[in-house]
Write a protein that binds this ligand. Structure first.
Ligand SMILES: *[C@@H]1O[C@H](CO)[C@@H](O)[C@H](O)[C@H]1NC(C)=O
Ligand SMILES: *[C@@H]1O[C@H](CO)[C@@H](O)[C@H](O)[C@H]1NC(C)=O
Ligand SMILES: *[C@@H]1O[C@H](CO)[C@@H](O)[C@H](O)[C@H]1NC(C)=O
Ligand SMILES: *[C@@H]1O[C@H](CO)[C@@H](O)[C@H](O)[C@H]1NC(C)=O
Ligand SMILES: *[C@@H]1O[C@H](CO)[C@@H](O)[C@H](O)[C@H]1NC(C)=O
Length: 952
C-alpha cells in the first residue's frame, strides 16, 4: 500500500502514545492477552477458497456472496475459527463436511463477534481428524459495502453529465474479512478461485487472475458471470475486485510501448482518459523488466493490471495482478500534471511493482513486520525508479526523505520498525513513516554497509527461498548473511546483532566526534540517541557503521564502512591516519548511515570555511547532510546557531537542488519560530540575500532543456522570494495570474501554478478565488484538482475562506472525501491568520469533520499541519480546549497527533527562550546594515505556501 501523504507527515509514527493524555485509569491488556484475543489459533488452516460474489453497483445497500473453504485440521478439534466482518450469515447457510463423507453435515452452531476481533467461530458436532481435509460451505451471506473505502465499496464519477458507478476494493490490511469469511492474516496463504456476478451493463469486471477458459459455475438470471482462473498461493489482503466500465490501454496494442514487457500489462482508467495512461504503460513495463533482472525472479501471474479509480483511501494498493490506484497516483496529463506529481506517479508505480516480490511472493509473518513489505517498497521505489530514469536523481533525493523522517523518529515514544500489533486499529497504524521512510533508510544503510552486490545477492536468495511463504526478519538476515559470507566483504559483527538494534529500538543515534588533540591522529566518537526534546535521556545504542573523508583527499565515492562504533561503549577513540594534516573531516559519506553527526567547533568552523570557499569539494549529499545536521543540532542545543548560519551562507553559491532541499525545512522552522520576533525582517533579508542569485537565474519560466529537479528548486526559490517580500516576485506572480484569467487558453506552466494562484489570492480578491473555484468545479483532471485545492487555502478573504473550509463538512460539497483534508491543510499553511481560522474551525466542527475526511490519514494530516504551525501559549490553550471538547471521539492516531502538537508547541516555547537571542544577534550582526533589500509590507507576504507539496 502506498500512502500519499506520509512523506510530509510529522508524527504519525507513534500510533499509540506512551503517555495517553487520558485521566481514565484502566489496565491495558497484556501482549499475551491481546495475542490470544486477536490472533487466529491455527488449529485449522485453509488451502483453497471458492468465492462467489454478486456485486451490483446499482444496489448500494448490500452485496451477497457464497464461499467454500477447503481446510486442514492441525489438531483434533471440533472448533473452526476464522474472520468475518460486517456480514449477516444464518446458521441454515453454514455446512461443514469431511471430504471423506461429503453428505454428512457436521455443523452444530456458530458465533460472529460484534467487536473488533471479527472472529467467526463454528462448532461441529464431532471432532475432526488431524490433516483430514474438510470443507466449510457458506451457501449465502449478505455483505455491506464499506463507506470508508476499506473493504469492497462503490465509487462514482461523472462524465458527459451522467453519473457512473463502479465497485472496487481495498482489502489490506484487515478487510478481506469484509468481502467474505476467511482466515484474514497475511501468513495464512491459500489458492483463491473467484467468480463475480454483476449486471451486464458493467462490461469491465476484473480480479487478480484472467478470465477462466471453461465455465464451472451456474448462471444467475439477470447477471453476467465472470469466472476467473485460480490464483497462486497468496495472502487474503492481496485479493481485488473491479466491476466497472473503465477503459484501457495495454502492451498488446499498437502503441510505441507495445511488448516492452513479456507479461500482459494493462492500464485501466475512466473512458476518454486513455491518453493519460501512456506514461504508466511505458514506465510500468520498463520498471518490471528492471525488477525481474535485479531479483532474478520472474513475476509469476499471467497478467498485471493497473487501474485508476476515482475514490481510493490509500495512494495505491499492490493487489497481485490487479493493482489499484488513486487517479492522481497513476495518470499523467502532459502540460497539466506537475513534475512533482509525475515523479510521484513513477515512484508509486515502482512501489507497487516492487511489492509483487516484497509482499506478494514473500509476505510478512504478521503485520508486526510490516516494514518487510513497506521498507523494501520504499527503498526500491527510489532505487528501481532510478534504473529507468536516472536523470530524475531519485537516490540523491532519497537523502531528503531520510532527513525528513529524522523528525518523526526523534521522539521517545516512536515505535521501532518491528512493533507487535494485534487489533485492526493497531495494524492499520503500522502503515506509518517508520515502516516506510525509516525502514527504507535503514535498508539503504544496509545496502551500503554490506555493499550493493552482497545486498542484491542476499535478496535474490531471500525471495527464492521464501517464495509463496511468509518471512520474518530472521529469514532476511539469514539470506543476507549467507551472501556476505560467500563474498570478499565482511563486517565485524553478525548481521543479526547489527540489525537487532536498528530494528527493535525506536529512534536513531547522533555521533559526537572530536579530535583528541590538535596535532594527533585520533578521534573520539560518542553516541547517544537523538531526541528533539533534549531534556529526555535514553540508554539506547547501536552498531554504527562509519567512514570518513579528510580535506587532504576529498573522495566520497566508497561508501563501505571503515570502522564501527559498537553499542557497548558510550565513547570510543581510534586513529585516522593523516588526520593531523587535514583542515576538516566529514563522517558518513553521502549520508548513507541513518544517523546525525556532530563535530567539535573547530571542525564545524573549518567546514563552513571550506563550503564558503569552494563547496564543490564536498559531495553534494554531504553538503545537504551538513546543512540539515547543523540546523537541527543547533535547534537541539548541541551546536551554536552561529555555526549553522555560517554553514548556510555558502548557499548563495549553491546551484544544486539537493542542498537547498535540505535547507528549506530548516528555514521553514525558523520562519515559524521567528515569525513574532522583532528581528523577523532581518531573517527575511537573510533569506532574500541567500536566494538572490538563484532568483535571477531560475526566474518564473522554465528553460527548454532543464534538469528534472529544477522545477522543485525553482519553487523553493520563488516561494521564499514571494513569501518574504521580493516585490519583483509578487508582481510577476500576480501578472501571470492576471494574464491567465484574461486568456485561460494560455495555460501556465503547471509547476508554478500553485505558487502563482496562491500569490493571486493573498491580496484577498474574491474574484480570483471564484475564478479558481469555478476552474476546480469544471476540472475532470485529478492532478489539476490537486493543484487548485492546495492553492485556494491561500485566500485572505475571510468570507471566501469560510466558504472554502465549509466544503469539508457541507452535504453538497463537490470535493471528494479523500481530498477534503487538503482544504484544511492548505488553509492552515497559508499564514498566521489562516492558521487561526483553521484551528477555530476544527475546534468547533471536529465531530462533523471526522467522518467526512476519508482516506487513511485524513484527520491526522490536518492535525499534523497544526503541529508544524502552532507555537504559542495561546495555541496550547486552544489545543486543551479542542481536546476537552472532543475527548470521547479521538482515535489512537489522532491522540498521537495531538501529543505531537503539544510536544511541538512546548519545543517552540523553549526554543524562543533558549535561542532567540543568539539568532537575533547573528542576524543583526550580519544583516542589520542598511544594505538590506527593500521589502514589500510584511502583511502581504507573511502568507506562506506549503512548500512540501512541491517536493513530493
Ligand atoms: C469480543 O467479544 C467476545 C464475545 O463475542 C468476547 O469473548 C471477547 O472478550 C471480546 N473481545 C474484546 C477484545 O473485546
Ligand atoms: C474431541 O477431542 C478433544 C481433545 O482431544 C476431547 O477432549 C473431546 O472429548 C473430543 N470430543 C469428541 C466429541 O469426541
Ligand atoms: C536457500 O536455499 C538454498 C537451496 O535450497 C540453500 O542452499 C540455502 O542455504 C538457503 N539459504 C537460506 C538463507 O535459507
Ligand atoms: C548579501 O550579504 C552580503 C554581506 O553579508 C553582501 O556582501 C551582499 O551584497 C548581499 N547580497 C545581496 C544580494 O544583498
Ligand atoms: C490578520 O488579521 C488582523 C486582525 O484581523 C488584520 O489586521 C491583518 O490585516 C490580517 N493580516 C493579514 C495578512 O491578512
Amino acid at each position: 500500500m502506498y500512502l500519499l501523504a506520509l512523506l510530509t507527515v510529522f508524527g504519525v509514527a507513534f500510533a499509540v502514545p506512551l503517555t495517553a493524555p487520558s485521566t481514565e485509569v484502566f489496565s491495558a491488556p497484556t501482549e499475551e492477552e491481546r495475542a490470544a484475543a486477536y490472533v487466529l489459533p491455527r488449529d485449522t488452516i485453509p488451502t483453497f477458497y471458492d468465492v462467489r460474489l454478486t456485486l451490483n453497483p446499482d444496489n448500494e445497500e448490500y452485496f451477497t456472496g457464497a464461499v467454500d473453504i477447503r481446510i486442514l485440521p492441525l489438531i483434533v478439534t471440533n472448533q473452526i475459527t476464522l474472520h468475518a466482518m460486517a456480514m449477516n450469515i444464518s446458521a441454515a447457510d453454514i455446512e461443514v463436511y469431511a471430504e471423506s463423507a461429503p453428505t454428512v453435515n457436521l455443523f452444530q452452531s456458530h458465533t460472529l463477534a460484534t467487536n473488533d476481533t471479527h472472529l467467526f467461530r463454528i462448532t461441529l458436532n464431532r471432532n475432526m481428524t488431524v490433516l483430514q481435509p474438510h470443507t466449510i460451505r457458506i451457501k449465502h451471506y449478505v455483505g455491506h459495502y464499506a463507506e470508508n473505502m476499506f473493504g469492497v465499496y462503490v465509487s462514482t464519477y461523472t462524465s458527459g453529465g451522467t453519473t457512473h458507478k463502479l465497485i472496487t476494493s481495498q482489502l489490506q490490511p484487515t478487510f478481506a474479512r469484509r468481502a467474505f469469511p476467511c482466515y484474514d492474516e497475511p501468513a495464512i496463504k491459500a489458492i483463491f478461485r473467484t467468480t463475480i456476478y454483476s449486471p451486464p451493463a458493467y462490461g469491465v469486471v476484473r480480479s487478480n487472475m484472467p478470465v477462466r477458459a471453461q465455465s464451472l459455475k451456474p448462471e444467475i438470471p439477470g447477471y453476467a458471470k465472470h469466472e476467473f482462473d485460480d490464483t497462486l498461493v497468496m495472502s487474503t489482503y492481496l485479493l481485488a475486485y473491479l466491476v466497472s466500465n473503465l477503459d484501457y490501454v495495454d502492451n498488446a496494442m499498437d502503441t510505441p510501448f507495445k511488448d516492452l514487457y513479456r507479461v500482459s500489462f494493462r492500464v485501466y482508467s475512466r473512458p476518454d482518459t486513455q491518453n493519460t495512461a501512456m506514461f504508466a504503460l511505458e514506465f510500468g513495463q520498463k520498471n518490471m523488466v528492471e525488477l525481474e533482472k535485479y531479483t532474478e525472479f520472474e513475476y509469476e501471474f499471467p497478467k498485471l493490471d493497473k487501474a485508476a479509480v476515482p475514490d481510493f483511501a490509500a495512494g495505491a494498493m499492490e493487489n497481485w495482478g490487479l493493482v489499484i490506484y488513486r487517479e492522481v497516483a497513476l495518470l499523467v496529463t502532459e502540460g497539466v500534471t506537475t513534475t512533482a506529481t509525475k515523479q510521484n506517479v513513477g515512484r508509486i508505480i515502482c512501489h507497487e511493482n516492487v511489492h509483487q516480490w516484497f509482499g506478494n511472493e514473500v509476505g510478512p509473518l504478521s503485520w508486526t513486520y510490516t516494514w518487510l513489505n513497506e521498507g523494501f517498497a520504499n527503498f526500491f521505489e527510489n532505487f528501481a525508479t532510478d534504473m529507468v530514469v536516472p536523470e530524475w536523481r531519485m537516490m540523491d533525493q532519497f537523502v531528503l526523505a531520510l532527513q525528513n523522517v529524522f523528525q518523526s523518529d526523534a521522539v521517545l515514544s516512536v515505535n521501532p520498525m518491528t512493533h507487535p500489533v494485534y487489533t485492526p486499529a493497531e495494524i492499520l497504524g503500522t502503515f506509518n513513516a517508520v515502516a516506510y521512510q525509516k525502514s527504507g533508510s535503514v535498508i539503504r544503510m544496509m545496502q551500503h554497509f554490506l555493499t550493493p552486490e552482497v545486498f542484491r545477492k542476499g535478496l535474490v536468495t531471500y525471495i527464492r527461498n521464501n517464495t509463496r511463504d511468509a518471512a520474518s526478519p530472521l529469514d532476511l538476515y539469514a539470506s543476507l548473511q549467507e551472501a556476505l559470507d560467500a563474498s570478499d566483504h565482511s563486517i565485524p559483527y553478525p548481521l543479526l546483532d547489527v540489525m537487532d538494534r536498528w530494528v527493535n529500538q525506536g529512534g536513531f543515534p547522533v555521533l559526537t566526534v572530536t579530535r583528541s588533540a590538535s596535532a594527533g591522529q585520533s578521534i573520539v566518537v560518542e553516541q547517544v540517541r537523538y531526541l528533539t526534546d533534549n531534556t529526555l535521556r535514553s540508554n539506547d545504542r547501536w552498531h554504527v557503521p562509519i567512514n570518513w573523508v579528510l580535506s587532504t583527499n576529498p573522495d566520497f565515492s566508497d561508501t563501505s564502512p571503515q570502522n564501527w562504533i559498537p553499542p557497548a561503549f558510550p565513547a570510543r577513540s581510534f586513529d585516522i591516519p593523516g588526520l593531523s594534516n587535514a583542515s576538516w573531516y566529514i563522517i558518513n559519506k553521502q549520508q548513507t548511515g541513518y544517523y546525525r553527526v556532530n563535530y567539535d567547533t573547530r571542525n564545524w568552523a573549518a567546514l563552513a570555511t571550506a563550503l564558503n570557499n569552494s563547496h564543490e569539494v564536498i559531495h553534494l549529499l554531504n553538503r545537504a547532510q551538513l546543512i540539515d545536521d547543523a540546523f537541527n543540532l543547533a535547534r537541539n542545543g548541541r551546536l551554536g546557531y552561529e555555526y549553522a548560519f555560517r554553514i548556510s551562507s555558502y548557499l548563495v553559491k549553491e546551484k544544486d537542488y539537493i542542498p537547498w532541499g535540505a535547507a528549506n525545512p530548516a528555514f521553514t522552522y525558523l520562519d515559524t519560530v521567528l515569525s513574532s520576533s522583532s528581528q523577523y525582517n532581518l531573517f527575511q533579508h537573510y533569506l532574500l540575500n541567500l536566494t538572490a542569485p538563484l532568483y535571477k537565474e531560475l526566474g518564473f519560466d522554465a528553460a527548454d532543456e532543464e534538469e528534472h529537479v529544477t522545477p522543485y528548486f525553482r519553487n523553493i526559490i520563488l516561494d521564499l522570494n514571494c513569501r518574504h517580500g521580493n516585490p519583483d516576485c509578487i508582481t510577476k506572480a500576480q501578472e501571470k495570474l492576471e494574464a491567465f484569467r484574461t486568456n485561460p487558453e494560455q495555460r501556465l506552466n503547471p509547476d508554478i501554478q500553485t505558487l502563482v494562484y496562491c500569490s493571486g489570492l493573498r491580496g484577498g480578491s474574491a474574484e480570483n478565488f471564484n475564478f479558481l473555484w469555478d476552474m476546480y468545479l469544471a476540472s475532470q483532471d485529478s492532478s489539476e484538482q490537486s493543484i487548485l485545492l492546495n492553492a485556494m487555502g491561500c485566500t485572505s478573504n475571510e468570507e471566501r475562506r469560510t466558504f472554502y473550509m465549509n466544503q469539508v463538512i457541507s452535504e453538497t460539497s463537490p470535493v471528494r472525501e479523500q481530498d477534503r483534508h487538503t482544504i484544511l491543510v492548505s488553509v492552515t499553511n497559508a499564514g498566521p491568520n489562516s492558521t487561526e481560522a483553521a484551528l477555530d474551525f476544527v475546534i468547533k466542527n471536529f465531530a462533523e469533520i471526522q467522518p467526512r475526511v476519508q482516506g487513511l490519514t485524513g484527520t491526522t494530516n490536518i492535525l499534523n499541519a497544526f503541529a508544524r504551525r502552532l507555537t504559542s501559549e495561546a495555541h496550547y490553550k486552544k489545543i486543551d480546549e479542542f481536546f476537552d471538547l472532543h475527548q470521547g471521539i479521538f482515535t489512537a492516531g489522532e491522540l498521537a497527533s495531538i501529543s505531537g502538537i503539544r510536544e511541538n508547541i512546548q519545543a517552540s516555547i523553549t526554543w524562543s527562550k533558549q535561542n532567540a537571542d543568539v539568532v537575533e544577534s547573528w542576524l543583526t550582526d550580519n544583516y542589520g546594515s542598511s544594505s538590506a533589500p527593500a521589502l514589500v509590507s510584511s502583511l502581504i507576504v507573511l502568507i506562506s505556501i506549503m512548500v512540501t507539496i512541491f517536493n513530493y
